[in-house]
Design a protein. Structure first.
Length: 259
């Protein structure tokens, strides 16, 4: 089985580009990448290779203004990225979906499972950056936050880009993110949940996942802490693949029973 490129216009000015391998049978795996990342990173490619070797239907794509997809980064919002993700996922309805989200992508996966009619059969969240936009804004010095609010836009250093790389964010991104809070009150999910988080994550505290898992309502939920694991979790790839396999077996069995 091989991947094929696809593109999809999800909203004005946004062309989403990605890759899919589809057997035509249930279920479908969907990878959601992180903030300022793309769908050709080490974890994304490892998951794709694993899926193709096992004959899984698998999809990966770049969010708007990331990777190969179009869009102006400073104009994006979490709501827009959620719309992109839902549009791609609905290409495969009504087949069961296994969502694997990394960092920002994990936040999107929770929102997709919580607030849509998609048949989500399982979630694997990798270093989930839940509520990170509003949390990051709140951590700024008061004067810098005030300047950002007043000017509307602000420049930030990119920790994963070349030295000196910066990107611009509109404060509307923070205001929009606040409408997608998943930590202040319990979230109800329709499917098994697996969360994987490193205890040396330099960007998202482990306590974020601990708090979320303690509150979330799901048929099955599990938090796996990776010793010495950083935010990228590339050293935990075998564990991630095993979690996907476990959910896949369950989703495929459920699909077969319904058929």
């Amino acid at each position: 089985m091989h991947e094929s490129a696809f593109s999809l216009t999800t909203r004005p000015g946004v062309l989403i580009r990605g890759w899919m391998a589809d057997t035509g049978n249930s279920p479908v795996g969907l990878f959601l990448h992180g903030f300022r990342s793309h769908c050709a990173g080490e974890k994304a490619l490892a998951l794709t290779t694993h899926a193709l070797a096992r004959g899984y239907s698998w999809v990966r794509f770049d969010l708007a203004a990331h990777g190969a997809s179009t869009g102006v980064f400073a104009q994006q919002t979490l709501s827009g990225w959620l719309e992109d993700s839902l549009s791609v996922a609905r290409l495969f309805a009504p087949r069961p979906l296994i969502l694997v989200g990394s960092s920002l992508g994990a936040w999107l996966a929770v929102l997709m499972a919580r607030g849509s009619d998609l048949p989500v059969a399982g979630l694997v969240l990798l270093a989930p950056a839940l509520n990170f936009l509003q949390r990051s804004a709140a951590s700024l010095p008061h004067d810098r936050l005030a300047r950002w609010q007043g000017a509307g836009r602000c420049l930030f250093p990119d920790p994963y880009g070349p030295p000196g790389t910066v990107y611009e964010l509109d404060y509307g991104l923070v205001l929009d993110a606040a409408t997608h809070d998943v930590l202040s009150s319990p979230v109800t999910l329709p499917c098994p949940l697996s969360v994987i988080h490193g205890d040396h994550d330099e960007l998202v505290p482990l306590s974020v996942s601990e708090d979320f898992v303690s509150r979330v309502r799901a048929p099955v939920k599990r938090l796996t802490v990776v010793p010495d694991g950083d935010h990228r979790l590339t050293g935990a790839i075998p564990l991630i693949l095993a979690e996907v396999d476990a959910l896949w077996t369950s989703a495929a069995g459920g699909a077969g029973a319904r058929a």
